[in-house]
Structure formats: structure tokens, C-alpha cells
Design a protein around this ligand. Structure first.
Ligand SMILES: C[C@@H]1O[C@H](OP(=O)(O)OP(=O)(O)OC[C@H]2O[C@@H](n3ccc(=O)[nH]c3=O)[C@H](O)[C@@H]2O)[C@H](O)[C@H](O)[C@H]1O
Length: 483
């Protein structure tokens, strides 16, 4: 950009290197650019290609978005070149979070360069970073700009983390599962394992755990919160979070490429997240040849992968029932024995020829969920998959495996009535009869789930359309930034 061209307010965006966290924040970056901001997305060399679809779209649409690539110094204990959560086993998660703090000084140096240059977007006026990057609050404060927290896991999860970090370790003493927060009129019930799992982190005194505690606590001090949710879904927890934090909270979701709502443009979503491993026309022809809402889509996000025992029982369940299915099977990350995961029973694929489509690797999930022949989604209830299914009117069969997925599943089954419970736990071997019952309930419309999915889908679309709650929140956030 030539010198002294009219500069728009410039925002530095820092996603956490995991697909479930990066995908929605990159969609938000596109939306904010459409609202007249200039944005720089910071990441590391191994994650650079994940920005390509966004940068390509920005150049074709004339939006001000650029990448800032900063090398990640090697970290003892992390396999060399591993800079994304999908590349490592989950037990190295905290080490990856800890390793990213090495980017603090390079960010400060880059910021000074922007200040001293008449070219480019100019120095950022604020930073939006993932809630796993709490330490960036210190960097932003040092640079004299506000830091806004991006929550990719919904308002309940944001409230849970916020309130527990604010009142830990006191909470560990109480054996009451109802927590009384001074800011809230009513006690809030938390499942014990939610307090104890965070409690573990409090008990550990190793430098990484101490750093994670310190970092997560800085979210409490940050200037504001952007949450990938919408009011119809989580207004109560938006309000709780605002009361407990005393900071601005904006629901800006569901965060998707605008193409998701336009059948003519849907094919542009083929590359969301990363290039798919299946030929587009192959699976679209296959889906086009199926009956309306007759296909079950099976995918467990960008992290989880099934052991061979789990695959065997899942396959038996699918073989014992009639419905058509698309099953996405992920290869395990490095460090996990490849031959112990994702191996289908002998001859299964041939026997399922015509009824089942296996996708190995990465599937165009939004494109599949938006196809009229998809009538159900067996999911691990990651928040993005949850929002995508609800927004596209597809009811779910739940199999939570980690983190927030357990309470996402409860929300779907017990509160929103848009999901059917099937299995729980990352290592649990599913039961083929539970599968038959869950599928029948969903596709035979024995329950309300399909109808509820259609109702919630309408609410989600209204939220992001002009005048909708999330649309107005984005406008309000942008005008705050432009002040
Ligand atoms: C926020 C947090 O991120 C994590 O993400 P994870 O990848 O497991 O799952 P999703 O949130 O569904 O995110 C996965 C994202 O990858 C997309 N996708 C996935 C597989 C594929 O083959 N093709 C695709 O397009 C999918 O459409 C979604 O957008 C944790 O679960 C956590 O529970 C969740 O709240």
C-alpha cells in the first residue's frame, strides 16, 4: 500500500493453531474486513497455508487482509516442525500453548516497524487473540492497545472458564456442585469434573502449568470478548459472562463464509479449513443420488480419531442398519501408532459400495451438511460442528469425547432437543444396538429433533443477516474500534 493512503483502523488477529479455533476466527476476520477494517493475521510457517483461502478471497474481493508469518522457535519436548494441535498427540497440548509465548518479542518488534513506517496498514489499534493466548494481554498492554478475547467454544464455555479462573482455587474447596457467584442472582451448577479438571491445573507446579494458569487468568483482565454464538442459543450465558467479567461481550456467530447461505456459491466453501481429500464432483453426485434427509454424516472434528476397536463396532452398527452414510476417517497425528487407528474391517468398504462413502482425511463439512440429502450428523459435538449442524438444520447424534463437547452434547440433547444421545468418551467402544436406535429415532422422525433443527436453523440465519443480533453486534464492535 502506497504511503499515506487513507488508512482504515488496523486490527492484529492472532488465532490459536488448531483448526477448531482458526477456522471461525478467520471467518470473523473476513466479516470484519467487509465492515471496513484492515486486518493482519499472525501465524507461523507451518500454519501459513491455512490462511490461503482467506487471502485469496480478500484479493478477489478487494479486502484489506494480510498475513504476518513469524517463525516458532523449536521447543524441547515438541516434535520438530509441529506448530498445529492436529500434528501432535493431545498430551502435548499445554506444551504447544506454552511454546507460542516465544512470539511476544517478534510481535513487539513488528509493531514498532509499523509505527515507524508510512507504508502498509499502520500500527494496529487493537489485538484480537484466542482465549488460549491469554499472555497476549501483556503484549498488547505493553504496546498500548486493547486486547480482545476470541472465544471459539461458545458462551457457556467462555463463562465457565472465566468464572472458574476468577474464583479458583476457592472453588476447589467447596464440594457443592452449585456455585454461588457474587455477581449472579442464582447459583450455577457445574459438573464436578469441570471444576476438578481445571483444579488439576491449579495443583500442578511445573513451569508450563504455572504459565497456563497465568495466561488464562489474563483473559479476565482483557478489554472485551467476542464469542462465536448467537443470542437465541446462549443469551443467558452471554449475560452471566458480562456480569462476572464486567467487560463488553459480543455474540458474533455463527461464524461462516457468507456462501453457506447461498446455494449458488456453496461450492466456494470446498476449501474451508484446508483442501479436501475427495473429488468434489464424486461426493456431490453421490449425495445428489440420495433421497431427501436420508444420509447420515459421520465426522469427529480435526482432532479426534477412532481406535480400530471403535471403528470395528461402528462399522458393525452401520452394516446392521439400512441408511446411507458418509464417514470421515482421520489418520492419527504423528506420535500415535498409525496401525492402531482408523483401520476398517476387511471388505467393509466393498460391502458398503453404493450405500456408504468413506472420506479419508479432510471432508468439506459445510458443503456436505448443507446438502438436502443429509438428514443427521454423528458428531463429537465440537462447538463448530455443533453450530454448523444447527445452522444448516441437521439434527445430531452425539458422541462427546473431550473438553467442552460433554456440555455441548447436554445442550443439544436436554435443552435444545436437537440431538440424540449415542455414546460418550474418547476411548469408549460404541454399542451397535444404540446406533440402530439413535439412527431410527432421527431418520424415522420418531422424535422432535428434525423439526427443532429446522426452527433453530431459522434463528441462526436471522442472527447473522442484516439487522440480526450478531450482525448488529459486529457493527457495534467495529464502531468501538473506529472510535
Ligand atoms: C472449538 C473447539 O475446537 C475443537 O475442535 P475440533 O476440530 O475437535 O471440532 P470442531 O469444533 O467441530 O471444529 C472442527 C472444524 O473443522 C471442520 N472440519 C473438520 C473435519 C473435516 O474433515 N472437515 C472439516 O471441514 C468443521 O467444519 C469445523 O469447522 C474441539 O473440538 C472443541 O471441542 C471445540 O469446541
Amino acid at each position: 500500500m502506497a504511503a499515506n493512503i487513507e488508512r482504515r483502523p488496523h486490527v492484529l488477529v492472532f488465532p490459536f493453531p488448531a483448526q477448531g479455533h482458526m477456522i471461525p476466527l478467520l471467518d470473523l476476520t473476513h466479516t470484519l474486513a467487509c465492515h471496513g477494517l484492515s486486518l493482519t493475521v499472525l501465524t507461523t510457517p507451518q500454519n501459513q497455508s491455512l490462511l490461503d483461502p482467506l487471502l485469496h478471497k480478500a484479493s478477489t474481493e478487494g479486502l484489506s487482509i494480510q498475513a504476518l508469518i513469524i517463525p516458532l522457535p523449536p521447543t524441547e519436548g515438541l516434535p520438530p516442525g509441529c506448530e498445529n494441535l492436529a500434528q501432535i498427540p493431545l498430551h502435548l497440548f499445554f506444551l504447544l500453548m506454552h511454546s507460542f509465548k516465544e512470539l511476544a518479542h517478534p510481535i513487539e518488534h513488528w509493531f514498532q516497524q509499523q509505527k515507524n513506517s508510512d507504508y502498509g496498514f499502520g500500527p494496529p489499534v487493537c489485538m484480537i487473540s484466542d482465549f488460549f493466548l491469554g499472555w497476549t494481554y501483556d503484549t498488547a498492554t505493553k504496546l498500548g492497545i486493547p486486547r480482545i478475547v476470541f472465544h471459539p467454544c461458545g458462551a457457556f464455555d467462555a463463562f465457565l472458564h472465566y468464572s472458574l479462573w476468577k474464583y479458583m482455587p476457592g472453588l476447589m474447596e467447596s464440594d457443592d456442585d452449585k456455585v454461588h457467584f457474587p455477581e449472579l442472582p442464582h447459583p450455577v451448577s457445574f459438573a464436578k469434573h469441570q471444576i476438578s479438571s481445571l483444579g488439576q491445573l491449579y495443583k500442578r507446579s511445573d513451569p508450563v502449568s504455572e504459565f497456563i494458569r497465568y495466561s488464562m487468568n489474563l483473559n479476565v483482565k482483557s478489554w472485551g470478548n467476542l464469542i462465536n454464538t448467537f443470542n437465541d442459543l446462549e443469551a443467558v450465558y452471554m449475560d452471566h459472562l458480562h456480569r462476572v467479567s464486567g467487560r463488553p461481550v459480543w455474540s458474533v456467530g455463527p461464524l461462516f463464509p457468507p456462501a453457506v447461505f447461498d446455494p449458488k456459491q456453496r461450492r466456494t466453501m470446498i476449501e474451508r479449513g484446508k483442501p479436501t481429500t475427495i473429488n468434489e464432483s464424486v461426493f456431490l453426485q453421490w449425495l445428489d443420488s440420495r433421497g431427501e434427509k436420508s444420509v447420515i454424516y459421520i465426522c469427529f472434528g480435526s482432532q479426534a480419531c477412532l481406535s480400530n476397536k471403535q471403528v470395528e463396532e461402528m462399522a458393525a452398527g452401520l452394516e446392521a442398519t439400512e441408511e446411507s452414510f458418509i464417514w470421515v476417517i482421520r489418520d492419527p497425528p504423528s506420535g500415535m501408532p498409525a496401525d492402531e487407528y482408523g483401520v476398517l474391517p476387511q471388505g467393509f468398504e466393498d460391502r458398503m459400495e453404493g450405500r456408504g462413502l468413506i472420506i479419508r482425511g479432510w471432508a468439506p463439512q459445510l458443503l456436505i451438511l448443507s446438502h438436502p440429502s443429509v438428514g443427521g450428523f454423528l458428531s463429537h459435538c465440537g462447538w463448530n460442528s455443533t453450530l454448523e449442524s444447527i445452522t444448516l438444520g441437521v439434527p445430531l447424534i452425539t458422541w462427546p469425547m473431550a473438553a467442552d463437547q460433554y456440555y455441548n452434547a447436554r445442550l443439544l440433547v436436554e435443552y435444545l432437543k436437537v440431538g440424540v444421545r449415542f455414546c460418550e468418551g474418547a476411548t469408549t467402544v460404541p454399542d451397535r444396538d444404540d446406533w440402530r436406535i439413535a439412527v431410527k429415532r432421527l431418520l424415522a422422525r420418531e422424535g422432535e429433533e428434525m423439526k427443532r433443527a429446522e426452527e433453530l436453523s431459522k434463528a441462526a440465519r436471522i442472527a447473522v443477516q442484516e439487522g440480526g443480533t450478531s450482525y448488529r453486534n459486529i457493527e457495534a464492535f467495529v464502531s468501538e474500534i473506529k472510535k
